[in-house]
Each structure stands twice: as C-alpha cells, then as structure tokens.
Ligand binder design. Sequence first.
Ligand SMILES: Cc1cc2nc3c(=O)[nH]c(=O)nc-3n(C[C@H](O)[C@H](O)[C@H](O)COP(=O)(O)OP(=O)(O)OC[C@H]3O[C@@H](n4cnc5c(N)ncnc54)[C@H](O)[C@@H]3O)c2cc1C
Length: 392
Amino acid sequence: MAAVRRVLIQGGGVGGLTLAAALGQRGVEVDVLEASGPEAVLGVGLSQPNNALAALDEIGVRDACLAVGFAFEPLAIWNPAGVEVASIPPAEGRYGKPSNNAISRPVYNAILREAAEAAGARIRTGSTVWDVTEDADGVEVELATWTGKRTPPVRDQGAGSNRYDLVVGFDGVNSKIREHLFGDRYTPRFTGSACWRITMPRPADLTHIAFAMSGPAKAVLTPISDEQMYFGLVTPEPDNPRFDPADFSRLAKERMQGFSGRIGEMRDGITTDSYVSYAPLYHVTVREPWFRGRIAIAGDAAHTAPPHLAQGAAMAVEDAVTLAAALDEHPTLDRALQAWFERRRDRALFVADMSLALLKQETGGADLTPAETEMLELGIPGAQARIAQEAY
Ligand SMILES: Cc1cc2nc3c(=O)[nH]c(=O)nc-3n(C[C@H](O)[C@H](O)[C@H](O)COP(=O)(O)OP(=O)(O)OC[C@H]3O[C@@H](n4cnc5c(N)ncnc54)[C@H](O)[C@@H]3O)c2cc1C
C-alpha cells in the first residue's frame, strides 16, 4: 500500500478493530491501543443492518456474525401491552438478506478482535496515546498506560520510538484524538434522553425487533441469539442525572410502569441480579474534514448519534472498510484521506442528523430546527430506504 505502511489506531471498538483487520489484510503493520480490556465491553447487544453486514463481509466476518447472532426481516410495532399492531417490512436495497442481524456486543467484539489479530494487528489493552508529534514524514507517538478506570493514564517512560505513517482515532464519543485535532470545538452535546439496556432470556416467539411506546418511554426488544434478547428503554432524563449502578434495575423498572401484558412480565422479571446498563445519549458531528496531516478520526469520534436508526456501529464499520480501501487506491495519504472523507461525509452525517431529529420528535419536537423538520418528512422507512439503496 503506497499511502501507508505503519498505522496506529486509538480505540479497539467496532470501528477500530474493523480497520485493523482491513489494513492488516492488505499487509499494513497495525497497532491498536485500547483503553480497556475485552471484559469491559458492555454485555448488551446491537443490530447489524445489512449495510454493516456487507462491510463486514469485506473483512471476512459476516458469516461468523450470522452464525452466532439472530437474523430477522420485519420490525414490529407493539402497543404498551405488548400486542403487535403493525409490522414494517425491511427497506429494499442493494445489500441483500438478511436485512438485520442482532448480536451480543462482547461476542461481536471477540469476532472482530480475532479477525484483526489473524491479520497481524497488535492490540494493546490498557493503553493510550500520551502525545503525538507530526513531521513531514510521519507521526512520533508517545504511549501511556491506564492503571485503573478512575485514574489518569501514566506516561510510558523509555518505551522507545513509535513512528507511524498515520494515526486514526476510532476512540468513540469522547475522542481524545478529536480533541487533539479540533480542541473543544466539537464537544458532545447531551440529547436530554438516555438508554437503559437489560439482557434477559428471549421468549421463543420474539423473532424480530419490536418497538413499543408508553408515554415518553420507548421500549425496544431485540433478540440477539437463540437464548438471549435485550430490552432497550429510551427515556427522557433532562437533567442528565448520575445514578448509582446499584439502583439501575429499580430505576429502569420504575420507568417501565406504563407497560403491561408481556412487556410488563419482562419488566417484572428484572431483579437486582439482572445485567442493566445505563447510557446517556450524546450527539456530536464534525462538519469539516475528519483529518489533518497524518491524523484522522472516524466512527463515533467523528459522528455520534442517538441509536434511533440503529446505524452508529454500522457507520463505524463502513468508515473503516472505506478508509482501508482509500489508502489502498490512492498514491498519497492526503489524497486518500480527502477522497475517503468526501465518500463518507454525507452518508454518515445524514444518519447522525436524522437520528437526532427522530429523538427530538419522539420527545415532543419542541426544539426541532426547520432543517430537521424537513428531514423528518422522510420518516423512518424513507431514511432506511436511503441507507439501503445508497452505496457506502
Ligand atoms: C444505547 C445504544 C444502542 C445502540 N445500538 C446500535 C445498534 O443497534 N446498531 C448500531 O449500528 N449502532 C448502535 N449504537 C451505536 C454504536 O454503539 C456506536 O456507534 C459504535 O459503537 C461506534 O463505534 P466506534 O468504534 O466508533 O466507537 P466505540 O464502539 O465507542 O469504541 C471506541 C473504543 O475506544 C476506546 N477508547 C476510548 N477512549 C480511548 C483512549 N483515550 N485511548 C484508548 N482507547 C480509547 C473505548 O474503550 C472503546 O473500546 C448504539 C448506541 C447506543 C448508545
């Protein structure tokens, strides 16, 4: 590959590991720095829409995901008592069947990690960038080690030279690489809502995603394997409160009080032993080139959206395989990064903007901008059709 021979990726999440595999498979030497260990991946699931599956096919892991996940076609709308009132067929497009596969996050992470390592990538957990110094020929990187979740990283002394042709920040919504490139210009904004996620046994007849609203609370039930499903609950939390994890199950159940029937039974099955996670939802979109010189950002670091189209990780995977392709196709780094950004910008920002507009609409729509109101005329089916028909 003419544009790069050695690449450092900060962030070993969905996007970072996909890029590591895609570059490694092209003979590039890749190091991945991941702040946490593999055990830290949240024990919940996510949907892989068929555009994500197509991108995953490029690194050879589509079938592995389908083998352990749960594939489905239509989406169901339930009333608050859990009775199906509508079935929405998947958008037809260029990416084929299945239209969706849902998978456990730790399992997904393990599949990507195995692919990255098989392609020769070195993954260092508990590790991060301390400082970068760029010159005309490369980037000199100083590393640091995380000794604990709540303590700052410690600079590695005497670790020697770490020189790369390119540094990519796939380090999520609070990206330090984004901060390095743009300072505080792109601070993530809280959306006013949060998502509770609870892993539970899958009822035999839950064979596709089901959505149900009760007042401002939205339940999203997703089968992620033959045995498991996850219950997602999006609720307004306007003050962005900090809760004690010990209270998560009680607080989640309180917010589900408006549901009854089979959804009520799922709620009543939640105990203090249930796995419950809580994630405030943020939004940040970088609207200028996602790179400067030899440093770039991608995935959530460049465009984080609420999960209202279930496409964030899909966009990260698309960013990754297209970045590897651009680095392969273009003779110089600058041209490769510019071509990649131009290819990705409109699609990724559309997903982020539409997702935020959908969240605002669901929570009353008071602060919708005219552009968002216009965008919402597409509706979810229209947005999904655009994503399914457009090439990534
Ligand atoms: C509730 C919820 C549900 C969602 N459901 C879906 C869905 O169904 N389908 C879908 O496609 N998307 C979904 N998403 C979005 C999806 O989770 C993200 O868009 C996706 O994980 C982004 O991938 P990424 O690799 O860019 O970032 P991340 O997955 O966030 O990975 C970033 C990695 O960088 C590491 N890191 C962070 N800082 C540093 C540092 N300083 N040094 C080293 N490492 C660092 C982190 O530990 C992490 O491993 C959902 C999001 C939420 C919040």
